[in-house]
Ligand binder design. Structure first.
Ligand SMILES: Cc1cc2nc3c(=O)[nH]c(=O)nc-3n(C[C@H](O)[C@H](O)[C@H](O)COP(=O)(O)O)c2cc1C
Length: 209
């Protein structure tokens, strides 16, 4: 079986921050499980939001040629997508949301049965709200979502604090193992079972006249 690949989007601007520390724990686990990790970090550069120009409908790429198109190329080949974000005002980091709106809207690859998972880190609150927002990208894309023994959250204002959240770290290591298992089983299943039949698209608006 081909080594599964997971695309990891680190939504933090801090290279050595809490999100990076938590992802380090997950990457070490993925490596033990024989999963290849490709990491893209949002960083400190500005990220354009989607402007709804629909140019991607013709080209299959975002009109703003930045890390989003780089991620889309890796996503097309990947078996899974892991999103990790610091909590900002009880939501994911705004730059990550801008990035994900453009990634999911512009990339035309078949996302079905690519495994999704998300992780939120915060000093104190807003973690499950953040987790819910991130999971919405998967659940509109026919992507199965890997889960763990808790909602995937780790507490810490800084990387050092996260190391003390032993339950949080156990949760994300378990998540990495479960995600690896799902990616491997889906790859095996695809050798025998075709992807589900697709109905033609229907696009209705809730407008009454
Ligand atoms: C603009 C901003 C908003 C934040 N909002 C919250 C919040 O709602 N709840 C919380 O617990 N922490 C909040 N934090 C703290 C961060 O989530 C926390 O420090 C996190 O560990 C940062 O991760 P990073 O080092 O990977 O960037 C906020 C931080 C910033 C900069």
């Amino acid at each position: 079986m081909k080594k599964p690949t997971v695309l990891i989007i680190n939504g933090s601007p801090h290279e050595e921050g809490t999100t990076t520390a938590v992802l380090g724990e997950m990457i070490a686990t993925f490596e033990k499980e024989g999963v290849e990790c490709r990491v893209i970090q949002i960083g400190k550069d500005p990220v354009r939001g989607c402007v709804g120009c629909a140019s991607c409908k013709k080209t299959g790429r975002c009109v703003f040629d930045d890390k989003v198109n780089e991620a889309a190329e890796i996503f097309a080949e990947a078996d899974g997508l892991l999103l990790a974000s610091p909590v900002y005002y009880a939501s994911p980091n705004g730059s990550l949301l801008a990035f994900l709106d453009r990634l999911f809207y512009s990339s035309k690859c078949d996302k079905r049965m690519k495994v999704g998972a998300s992780v939120a880190v915060a000093r104190r609150g807003g973690l499950t709200a953040t987790f819910d927002v991130l999971n919405k990208y998967f659940s509109i894309s026919e992507m199965p979502i890997a889960t763990s023994t808790y909602w995937n959250q780790v507490h810490g204002a800084f990387a050092e604090d996260a190391k003390e959240d032993l339950e949080g770290l156990r949760t994300v290591r378990t998540l990495a193992r479960n995600m690896a298992f799902l990616m491997k089983t889906i790859a095996l299943a695809k050798e025998e079972i075709p992807l589900p039949e697709r109905e033609p698209k229907v696009f209705t608006n809730f407008v009454r006249r």
